[in-house]
Design a protein around this ligand. Structure first.
Ligand code: NAP
Length: 330
């Protein structure tokens, strides 16, 4: 089996690479070479935004291609033009953001989609949802409607470069009174990047195509369980102070960005944390327990000499010390 990962050295792409290596797959990655690659991987260098930046992809055949691109859809369109005749199966790592916002609770893959164009130069800064949808269309056109569209929800796990679970782990490790957004039993849906990787590799080998919502089943964990696991694994003396959603709203603290993973009960929470994943579950999606994700992410953080790498094109999530103090005072 020969796998090409377009990207492959960040968070999700790295998880795909590592899972494929563990399966004995021959792995090639294509990127600009800015970050290290796992041992045993062949690297092709190129820039998807540069003229002639795909030259390194002009030869070779691949059983599977996994594309983690999250910028302009034209980059997916262009790579599809180059690879389509030499690719057995193509997966685009998409997002549940392609559904019109806010998605209803229990929304399945036939939910209404935002508009997007395969020819758009739109990026995350312009309109993330439209860029992801445009890239899905580009992928389907290039691969003759046979692309797998892996619509991930919130992704957590080792090597996370957004900083959501790292925020909670590092904050709780510091100890003291921690502002914890309630209610404690608020259900969370997320997917460990390694479970996402396993699914797309299995699905690619089985030739699955079309859209799949990829997060854990509704109720896989709760805000309380997630933060309790963080306390336990860090060995912290942190005291979780549960704050109700109305109090949080009154202080102007922003859900999701200031309080990573958290959305107050209501439409936004329904859309993010109550999605339908029965199609993926029936196709073999397996989600490890939240404790494994927390333990392994903490173990990874502890191997670093300093703060984890933070993607420069995404806002750093979490509360400042001052904002947390104000929230606790409220
Ligand atoms: N985080 C979440 O909660 C979440 C939720 C839903 C969906 N998603 C989706 O999941 C995916 C996450 O992917 P990831 O960033 O973790 O993937 P990744 O493949 O691990 O990292 C990004 C890769 O892109 C390469 N790259 C960046 N700019 C490039 C360019 N101009 N030309 C060629 N290569 C380039 C980077 O290497 P170089 O810098 O060396 O080029 C790096 O290898 C995204 O598509 C995102 O939309 C994320």
């Amino acid at each position: 089996m020969k796998l090409l990962v377009l990207g492959g050295t960040g968070f999700v792409g790295r998880a795909v690479v590592d899972e494929a290596l563990a399966r004995g797959t021959y792995v090639t990655v294509f990127n600009r070479g800015h970050r290290g690659t796992s041992d045993g991987v062949t690297t092709l260098i190129g820039d998807r935004t540069a003229p002639d930046g795909l030259a390194a992809l002009h030869t070779g055949t691949w059983d599977l291609v996994v594309d983690t691109w999250s910028g302009a859809p034209t980059a997916v369109r262009n790579v599809g033009t180059v690879l389509a005749g030499r690719t057995g199966h193509y997966t685009y790592i998409s997002s549940r953001s392609v559904y019109t916002y806010p998605p209803a609770a229990h929304l399945a893959e036939d939910g209404q989609l935002v508009d997007g164009s395969p020819d758009a130069e739109g990026t995350f800064d312009v309109d993330y949802a439209a860029a992801k949808r445009g890239a899905e269309i580009a992928a389907e056109q290039a691969f003759d409607e046979k692309a797998l569209l892996a619509r991930a929800g919130l992704i957590l796990g080792p090597h996370e470069d957004i900083g959501r679970l790292p925020y909670w782990l590092l904050r709780i490790a510091r100890g003291g009174t921690v502002a914890a957004p309630g209610p404690r039993d608020l259900a969370l849906q997320y997917i460990d990047a390694r479970d996402l990787a396993a699914f797309v590799l299995d699905a690619g080998a089985a030739g699955l195509t079309g859209p799949y919502n990829l997060v854990s089943p509704p109720g896989h964990t709760t805000m309380g369980e997630l933060l309790d696991k963080c306390v336990r694994v860090t060995g912290s003396d942190a005291d979780l102070r549960w704050i109700d959603p109305d109090t949080i709203a009154a202080t102007g603290v922003a859900p999701w960005t200031d309080l990573p993973c958290w959305l107050p009960p209501g439409p936004a929470h329904d859309g993010m944390h109550r999605g339908d994943v029965s199609k993926a579950s029936a196709a073999g999606l397996r989600c490890r327990p939240v404790g494994d994700t927390v333990v392994d992410t903490w173990a990874w953080l502890r191997t670093l000499g300093g703060p984890p790498y933070q993607r420069p094109d995404r806002p750093k999530p979490g509360l400042s010390a001052e904002a947390e103090a104000a929230l606790l005072a409220a």
